[in-house]
Write a protein that binds this ligand. Structure first.
Ligand SMILES: Cc1cc2nc3c(=O)[nH]c(=O)nc-3n(C[C@H](O)[C@H](O)[C@H](O)COP(=O)(O)OP(=O)(O)OC[C@H]3O[C@@H](n4cnc5c(N)ncnc54)[C@H](O)[C@@H]3O)c2cc1C
Length: 472
């Protein structure tokens, strides 16, 4: 159900925020703190908190977006804004907030969450078993990325923070439009004209004029953000593609890692301006084809503890820097397209032993394989000849080391799906996240500024500050 807050009469606001995730909510909070009585509309494609709580768990959109509703681990350690990759980056990608200046803002976001009901104590270090796994990984030359200190919020605390934040913003005069999606926007003489479409089957549409526009659509809205920002004339830089395959292996083989941490992020530096890393591990999950940046790619679907299946899937991705992508890692951004051309509309799956033997997997061999493919529509075939040799060398090096942490990972049966790919963009902005288009702000994960709740909250406060200045 859409909400009638987007009435036919409401046609002008001072500021419109797209996305009521952490970045959008904190932008609203900061804007109203600095400029009370601003007429403000937050447009959120997903449901309100009350409606969200009635839905099956796992939805990533709605009040609180992804992390503040679902994850709730507040990482309180050092970070930069935007996120700096572990490899070379374009010269325009500079930290606009780092060190003490970042930490002060992060503490302020945390303090706000505490006022709203966050009670759990900060954990300063991982539990001993996880710390030992990280130490063993380090001894093998693998960085185990852990996020401590962290404040883990219980589901009740997350609900309290979100409910009270929502109520507080409404008391200050903010309006929320849940169930409405911003589909397009255009620049006008005094700001922007924004087009909204109802998410239900009503076919309702609205047009709203705003003096300032904050785009905070989250990681899953990144491609939409790129299209919107480019259409409005903002600068967008694409970072080199992070590419590889998605592995599917017996859950028991990866359990020594996933029993300690469901998504262990392991990363190994390579000498040629690249890293190879595990990404988006789904214990007992399954492989799902999705379209990203115009290509069909293998994604992993996490499942609840009770719904876990016999295999685990994890992507093994090479992330080259801008220099690496012009040299040894050249061509990575074309791999998904080339593999899609070879097998249109389907993913390719190859057995690990066939990869090693340099031969395509046949339908018969796949049917007899011990690991059952969770993506039934993937076509058995060949991946080995399409990826560059440095990728397979790095893949083998990482898996051989992971084998020491989780025996059976490198030596046992496994399936590989391709292509797998992640794309990240960089949006040059002012220190208050304003693009070169006056009044147009980008905030949060979609803009590459954050990869976590507190960081997204910091981005939101910067954008809120910027909007207040812009409105004067
Ligand atoms: C399953 C999961 C668990 C996580 N757990 C943690 C954790 O424990 N700790 C942590 O620090 N981080 C966690 N994260 C990361 C964290 O979710 C993000 O860093 C954070 O949510 C980013 O905030 P955001 O506001 O940029 O985007 P989001 O929180 O994703 O919010 C974006 C919102 O914008 C809306 N939207 C998108 N496009 C439109 C549009 N066109 N019109 C209207 N609305 C739109 C979406 O519906 C969404 O609600 C987790 C992420 C996921 C996916």
């Amino acid at each position: 159900m859409t909400e009638n807050v987007v009435s036919q009469e409401r046609t002008h606001v001072d500021a419109l925020i797209v996305g009521a995730g952490t970045a959008g909510l904190l932008a609203a909070h900061e804007l109203l703190r600095r400029r009370p009585h601003t007429s403000l509309l937050l447009v959120e494609a997903g449901p309100s908190l009350a409606a969200r709580l009635e839905q099956p768990p796992g939805g990533m959109s709605g009040l609180g977006g992804a992390g503040l509703y679902l994850g709730g681990r507040l990482y309180l350690g050092p970070a930069t804004l935007p996120v700096l990759p572990p490899v070379s980056a374009p010269s325009t990608l500079r930290p606009i907030l780092a060190g003490d200046a970042y930490q002060d803002r992060a503490r302020a976001v945390d303090a706000h969450f505490i006022r709203l009901g966050a009670r759990s104590a900060v954990r300063h270090a991982p539990d001993p078993r996880l710390a030992e796994a990280a130490a063993r990984a380090a001894a093998l030359g693998i960085e185990y990325i852990l996020s401590y200190p962290t404040r883990p919020l219980t589901p009740e605390e997350r609900r309290s923070v979100l409910a009270r934040l929502h109520a507080e913003l409404e008391q200050q005069g903010a309006h929320f439009a849940f169930g409405w999606r911003v589909v397009s926007a255009a620049r006008g003489a005094a700001g922007f004209t924004v087009n909204l479409a109802a998410e239900d089957a009503s076919g309702d549409a609205r047009r709203i004029r705003t003096r300032a526009l904050v785009l905070a659509p989250g990681r899953y809205g990144a491609e939409w953000l790129v299209r919107m920002a480019e259409a409005l004339g903002a600068e967008v830089a694409q970072l080199p593609a992070t590419f590889g395959v998605r592995l599917e292996l017996p859950a028991a083989a990866y359990a020594p890692l996933t029993d300690l941490n469901p998504d262990p992020r392991l990363q190994m530096p390579l000498t040629d301006d690249a890293v190879i890393k595990t990404y988006a591990t789904c214990p007992g999950g399954y492989v799902l084809p999705i379209t990203r940046a115009g290509a069909l790619v293998a994604s992993g679907m996490p499942v609840t503890l009770e719904a876990r299946r016999p295999s685990t899937t994890v992507a093994i991705l090479a992330q080259p820097g801008v220099r690496g992508a012009e040299a040894r890692w050249r061509g990575g951004e074309d791999l998904a397209r080339r593999l899609n051309e070879r097998v249109p509309g389907r993913l390719v799956v190859q057995r690990r032993e066939d990869l090693r033997a340099g031969q395509a997997t046949t339908a018969e061999a796949l049917a007899a394989h011990s690991v059952r493919p969770t993506c039934a529509e993937a076509v058995p075939g060949a991946l080995h000849d399409i990826y560059p040799a440095p990728y397979w060398a790095a893949f083998e090096a990482l898996l051989t080391r992971i084998e020491r942490l989780a025996p059976g990972v490198a030596t046992g049966d496994a399936l590989l799906y391709g292509p797998a790919e992640e794309r990240f963009w960089h949006f040059p902005t002012s220190d208050q996240l304003e693009t070169r288009i006056a009044g147009l702000f980008v905030a949060g994960d979609a803009a590459g500024q954050s990869q976590g709740t507190i960081q997204a909250g910091v981005a939101g406060t910067l954008a809120g500050e910027g909007v207040a200045r812009h409105l004067g």
